[in-house]
Design a protein around this ligand. Structure first.
Ligand SMILES: [Ca+2]
Ligand SMILES: [Ca+2]
Length: 73
């Protein structure tokens, strides 16, 4: 769990808004941590994560998405 929090923080703080992730920050995270570079995957992740559609990812949205993702394991 701490790994996921560190992951989020490290990438979310790359611009002036350190509490949320932009699409670019998410793309960087997916590339560096999970080796995902395909744009359509990044877009899909981003759209699925941004539940309230305000065009940024909060830590809460990020965790909710991952929790759902790992539920099946
Ligand atoms: Ca940010
Ligand atoms: Ca959002």
């Amino acid at each position: 769990m701490q790994f996921l929090k560190n992951c989020f923080d490290e990438h979310a703080e790359k611009d002036k808004d350190k509490d949320t992730m932009t699409k670019k920050e998410l793309a960087d995270m997916l590339r560096e941590q999970f080796d995902i570079t395909e744009n359509h995957f990044v877009s899909q992740f981003y759209n699925d994560m941004d539940k309230d559609g305000d065009d940024k990812i909060t830590f809460k949205e990020y965790m909710a998405y991952l929790a759902k993702l790992f539920e099946g394991f």
